[in-house]
Design a protein around this ligand. Structure first.
Ligand code: SF4
Ligand code: SF4
Length: 690
């Protein structure tokens, strides 16, 4: 939980960089809109499932497909080199270019080339390397690293690029995007014609035909792979699929998820070097395109993880970059802070840990707030957050974590500490908040020691969770009222402990198992018909994590329901009674990405006669449990954006389904002295029923 000092400094710098903030915001807004349009009318989830199946199948047969690809590519006239390490790949490529006595290389975008630091290696051999993808060229001129795998210069605004070009060309260039593109085109054209070598990556490789597939928009990949007499393609083995049909499924998904395009402008299928048989039907290599095609397949520790049930997921990545673009933390700090180049974001941390070792990303891991948005967005179904939790587990706990976790796992410690804190807070209480400058962005709610009155036994057990128990008992009481009205016998137990969210976030699966053990034992003892949650994190953890760590969890996960889902499932009699009004419904990240709750709360609110607003692309409020204490500056930035979004809509109420989001939103609004009408859905329903 203690955050690395240098990481904090990088975060601060990123937050203070106004151009970066503007560039990120623009990029995310464009992506969201385009992506929504691109998938309209498609069975998107079905397509994603097909990608997952293809990747699973291909990776499980990787040695066989690799052998077949090599054979077929060579049959088509390519020369294939399979490199175990990046060093052997670099040597092969360097020697080849020197043997040909070539001095200029044009490159199409390839993150693999960034990974193996190909440019600096070739430059050390006296070879000039020119990036021809506009984003890569910008980054190359700026002597920086890409901040995103599909949009390397995503961190730059038009003004930044104009300044960069002005310095490069030695004259003032205006920040007009169209003009900037024209200038780049003019400048790079000469290199395409002069270069003796073109280097590219590949998005897919097809085993049945030995074909490499390259998708691009600018046209530079076509020029770089067809004008120079020598084309070197570098790729990693997990890019291989068996058939052209499988490749076409990935091609259908890749541009949509990556850039929000239905298809990319150019899709090149390259099978062997250029050739002609136009004279006497005799095949001659090197017609208008390259005479030689070398394919360098670089493993570099990748296939070592193929047997690991969790880590083989990394090999399913199709490098679309979407998990970065939609990551709420990435969107605040950008790629240079979040991850080790060239792979930023959550999956970047996972890939880097495989390639460079866990030490490399140890301190950056904390940047993941565990919102799980990347998991649900990834077209290959990669459980990115799980990989990061596994990395945290291997990293272990620091001293602060060890002090902090027992509070959640022991009701005795929690109650004692709460009693002590509730006395301490007295002089600072104002309107239900502790008025201390603890955080720059929000006030904290007062601790409540209120006891629940009610049955000790019944048929519906309410799992209240820490925040409702200690801060918002009225939410629990509202839920109990509603359930009673519906004819159930709701009850709760004082012996239940925290669901284990803080332990999971810190990767402490041992403590999570202890929490699960305590709660599951109570479930066994009380044997309720249903267990209802009022928090999506608790819901997700108990339904999805408990079964994986404790056999009893499998039985109980069937009986655990989110409160709103339960009311809809049981056809709870809802009717319009109040005078309605406009509600801004805030979707908690874990509702959407973990517990699978989206429509039910909205449906309830609409039945109750409210006009409901939801964001097209729901954003995080910045709570994220321990994360908001580790990175209050990032959390504040998210909260500020959320409050701006709320204010734009001028709702009568803000409603959500997560007590953590309530804590953040109420505290944030209170801090800036705004009208504070943030409710849990159970409170709103209860109010309407009164
Ligand atoms: S992890 Fe998934 S979303 Fe992220 S780059 Fe890979 S395929 Fe795309
Ligand atoms: S879980 Fe959330 S914060 Fe973590 S990498 Fe994924 S999207 Fe980013």
């Amino acid at each position: 939980m203690l955050v690395n000092f240098f990481l904090k400094r990088r975060v601060k710098k990123a937050l203070e960089n106004k151009n970066l903030q503007k560039a990120l915001e623009n990029a995310v807004n464009h992506y969201n809109r385009n992506f929504k349009n691109a998938i309209e009318g498609l069975e998107w989830d079905k397509l994603k499932r097909r990608v997952r199946e293809i990747k699973e199948r291909s990776v499980s047969r990787l040695p066989e497909l690799l052998e077949r690809f090599v054979k077929e590519a060579e049959r088509a006239g390519a020369k294939v080199y399979v490199a175990k390490s990046k060093e052997s790949a670099l040597k092969y490529i360097g020697d080849l270019i020197l043997r040909k006595n070539e001095k200029i290389v044009v490159k199409a975008k390839s993150m693999l080339s960034e990974e193996i630091e190909l440019n600096s290696y070739l430059e050390s051999l006296g070879i000039k390397v020119v990036e021809t993808d506009l984003g890569e060229w910008i980054v190359q001129l700026a002597k920086e690293k890409p901040s995103h795998i599909t949009a390397p210069a995503l961190h730059k605004t038009r003004e930044d690029v104009a300044e960069l070009f002005s310095n490069y060309f030695g004259k003032k260039i205006e920040p007009d995007i169209k003009e900037l593109v024209k200038i780049a085109r003019r400048e790079l054209r000469k290199y395409f014609l002069e270069a003796g070598v073109g280097i590219s990556g590949a998005n897919i490789a097809i085993a049945e035909s030995g074909t490499i597939v390259i998708v691009s928009n600018e046209g530079n990949a076509r020029l770089a792979t067809s004008l120079p007499p020598l084309h070197i393609c570098i790729l990693t083995p997990e890019k291989i699929v068996e058939t052209i049909e499988e490749a076409s499924v990935i091609l259908k998904v890749l541009p949509k998820i990556s850039t929000g395009q239905k298809v990319t402008t150019y899709v090149s299928f390259i099978t062997g070097p250029s050739r002609t048989a136009d004279i006497e039907k005799e095949i001659v290599l090197g017609a208008h395109g390259p005479e030689e095609l070398h394919i360098v397949i670089i493993d570099d520790k990748r296939t070592e993880i193929r047997e690991d049930p969790l880590w083989k997921n990394v090999l399913y990545c199709i490098k679309c970059g979407a998990c970065m673009t939609i990551c709420p933390v990435y969107d605040i700090v950008g790629g240079h802070v979040f991850g080790s180049p060239p792979y930023p974001g959550g999956i970047g941390l996972a890939i880097t840990s495989v390639l460079k070792g866990r030490k490399e990303i140890k301190s950056i891991l904390d940047l993941c707030s565990d919102c799980k948005k990347c998991d649900s967005h990834c077209p290959s179904g990669i459980p990115i957050s799980k990989l990061l939790i596994d990395l945290k587990r291997r990293r272990g706990l620091d001293l602060l974590d060890r002090v902090f976790l027992p509070y959640f796992g022991s009701n005795r410690i929690r109650k004692t500490l709460n009693t002590f804190l509730s006395l301490l807070q007295l002089p600072f209480l104002k309107d239900g908040f502790i008025n201390l400058p603890l955080s720059s962005s929000k006030l904290f709610p007062a601790i409540s020691l209120r006891k629940y009155k009610g049955n000790e036994r019944g048929n519906v057990l309410l799992f209240l969770g820490c925040l409702i128990r200690d801060f918002y008992p009225e939410i629990g009481e509202s839920a109990i009222n509603i359930l009673k009205k519906a004819g159930f016998e709701p009850f709760t137990s004082d012996d239940l402990v925290c669901c284990g969210a803080p332990a999971l976030h810190l990767g402490d699966l041992k403590s999570l198992k202890n929490f699960a053990d305590k709660n599951l034992s109570i479930f066994e003892k009380l044997n309720p018909e249903y267990i209802l949650t009022l928090c999506p994190t608790g819901n997700g953890i108990m339904r999805k994590e408990y079964p994986e760590i404790d056999e009893r969890g499998r039985k109980w996960c069937e009986r655990i329901f989110d409160f709103s889902k339960f009311l809809i499932m049981k056809n709870f009699p809802l009717e319009r009674k109040g005078k309605g009004g406009k509600i801004y419904y805030h979707h908690p990240c874990h509702s959407l990405n973990f517990a699978g709750i989206r429509n039910e709360p909205l449906e309830i609110l609409r039945i109750l006669g409210f006009e409901v607003y939801e964001e097209d692309f729901p954003t995080c409020c910045g709570f994220a449990g321990a994360f908001s204490f580790q990175f209050p500056e990032i959390s504040s930035s998210m909260l500020r954006k959320k409050i701006e979004s709320i204010e734009r809509e001028s709702p009568d109420f803000v409603v959500t389904s997560c007590p953590g989001c309530i804590l953040n939103l109420r505290g944030g609004l209170a801090k800036i002295g705004k009208k504070n009408k943030v409710y849990h859905i159970a409170e709103i329903i209860n109010q309407e029923l009164l």
